[in-house]
Design a protein. Structure first.
Length: 139
């Protein structure tokens, strides 16, 4: 199922855990909202491919990879992404797009290893964080 010009449901639900990872209707709707409001506009502004490394996670997938019990990935509201210039993608999201939570994940002061972004249809917190592998801090 194509969610937008550049993103499919399959790529947002792929897992290498071997466990079932099928979202329900509400989770699919959340993924559509995430794609329409963040991922596709990011892709359009960035002008180059964006790879989703972790999208929707069923509860069993989330548990197997050690995800937080409250992870927005399990609701279809969050993705982890990489691209040629992760810092540029981070700044485009922060400066131009709506989001609930945006996290500069690991890496260094110049480039995160990946970017985590979440979006909710309402009540976004606009929270910008940095995770160094041990703790979260305000960006």
């Amino acid at each position: 199922m194509k969610l937008s010009e550049n993103f499919t449901l399959k790529e947002l639900t792929t897992t290498n855990t071997g466990l079932s990872n099928v979202p329900n209707a509400d989770q699919v709707e959340n993924l559509k909202q995430l794609v329409e409001n963040v991922l596709q506009p990011l892709r359009d502004a960035y002008g180059m491919p964006i790879q989703v490394t972790s999208g929707f996670r069923s509860l069993s997938v989330n548990a197997k990879i050690g995800g937080a019990a409250t992870s927005q990935h399990t609701k279809g509201q969050a993705v982890d992404i990489v691209c040629r210039d992760n810092a540029k993608a981070f700044h485009i999201i922060r400066d131009m797009l709506p989001f609930d939570q945006l996290i500069w994940e690991k890496g260094n002061d110049m480039e995160p290893d990946w970017v985590h972004v979440s979006f909710k249809e309402s009540g976004n917190r606009w929270q910008v964080l940095r995770f160094d592998g041990r703790k979260y801090s305000n960006f």
